[in-house]
Design a protein around this ligand. Structure first.
Ligand code: SAM
Length: 333
């Protein structure tokens, strides 16, 4: 079968799955607003990158998995049956075909995906402050490969939807789901702007690592507020600058070599944005500087990482001379 055929089948399968999932949880109005956007994004996978990714995806070996555990730092997806070395190698090479793995770690049938980010460290900082998740509906904005979606399963949510417009992460999540098969989870390959939700408000929304990519962070927060249920909770995580004033840094071009970034507020300015967006209750859970233990180059992420974004003579600054990355986590209602 050609990669083009594999891709057509992949898209068809994803469309069928997402249609069934959505129809099971929303009214017709929400379905007919949202589904065409998902469809459009999935059809846009028909390009050379999509063919490259599906080529790796379609080589993933069939393995009967029966183990899933998301409590340990690496999400465990596996089988109690021994795997042949040939199958294990094929699994490893196919997963490697979906590099770069930014978020993780995962352990898939004995293969450890040691991603660029140790996402378990962020999870550890926020886990003790989670709102009620049991039987609640959850949206993860910018879900990447789905690490936090899997983490949330140990709290027994009603369902978790992850949205992310990246084409690669569609395939990473699909690869993980081929073995994890967690039916409470769905990945929509769309951005926050496209997420059109007329259904009942969502109980818990995660917005982590997104706000600095937004041209208008207050509008993004307003949109999130409109998606939340009346007593819903937002877990908000973003990069900040030090200081006590009502200020935000707006980099000339890049920040820590990142393009498409706009505002880096102080905690106070971020709090002001939340109030302006209509939130009333804001609790700072954590402030941490990002370390080269949490974000680094690995076998599964080759390329520049945090160490290359910092001034070699002064790691308290980025290469552009801005304050080094630090992040806040807030619980917002
Ligand atoms: C810095 S990563 C954060 C990933 C994860 N939420 C975390 O905290 O580790 C940002 C993610 O947001 C996605 N993203 C960028 N713009 C977005 C948008 N407008 N709506 C939803 N996701 C977006 C990117 O593709 C990327 O996966």
């Amino acid at each position: 079968m050609t990669n083009q055929n594999h891709l057509n089948l992949f898209i068809k399968h994803q469309l069928n799955q997402l249609q069934l999932f959505l129809q099971g949880i929303v009214d017709n109005q929400t379905f007919s607003n949202l589904f065409p956007k998902i469809e459009k994004r999935l059809l846009a996978l028909k390009n050379p990158n999509g063919e490259r990714f599906v080529s790796a995806y379609s080589k993933l070996p069939d393995i009967k998995t029966n183990l899933f555990d998301s409590k340990s730092p690496a999400i465990q997806i596996g089988t109690d049956q021994p795997l042949s070395e040939t199958k294990k190698e094929l699994l490893k090479q196919s997963l490697k075909g979906l590099i770069p793995w930014r978020k993780g770690p995962y352990d898939v049938c004995g293969i450890t995906i040691d991603s660029e980010w140790q996402s378990n460290m962020k999870w550890q900082r926020l886990e003790g402050f989670l709102p009620e998740i049991q039987d609640r509906t959850v949206l993860d904005i910018g879900c990447s490969s789905g690490y936090y979606m899997y983490k949330l399963l140990s709290y027994n949510p009603k369902w978790v939807i992850g949205i992310d417009p990246s084409q690669l992460f569609v395939f990473q999540f699909a690869a993980l789901q081929k073995y994890a098969a967690q039916t409470k989870l769905a990945y929509f390959p769309i951005g926050l702007e496209e997420f059109d939700w007329q259904a009942r408000g969502i109980n818990v929304i995660f917005c982590m690592g997104i706000l600095y990519h937004q041209r208008s962070p207050v509008d993004a927060l307003k949109k999130i507020k409109s998606l939340l249920a009346k007593k819903g909770t937002l877990i908000l995580e973003t990069m900040i600058i030090p200081g006590d004033d009502d200020l935000a840094l707006f980099p000339k071009d890049r920040y820590a070599k990142m393009r498409n970034v706009y505002f880096f507020p102080t905690v106070k300015a971020l709090t002001n944005w939340c109030y302006r967006a209509g939130f009333k209750d804001i609790e700072v859970i954590d402030i941490s500087e990002t370390t080269t233990q949490e974000q680094r180059e690995t076998e599964w992420f080759t390329g520049e990482s945090l160490v290359d974004f910092l001034d070699p003579k002064d790691p308290n600054q980025t290469v552009e001379g801005y304050p080094a990355p630090r992040r806040v986590i807030m619980k917002v209602q």
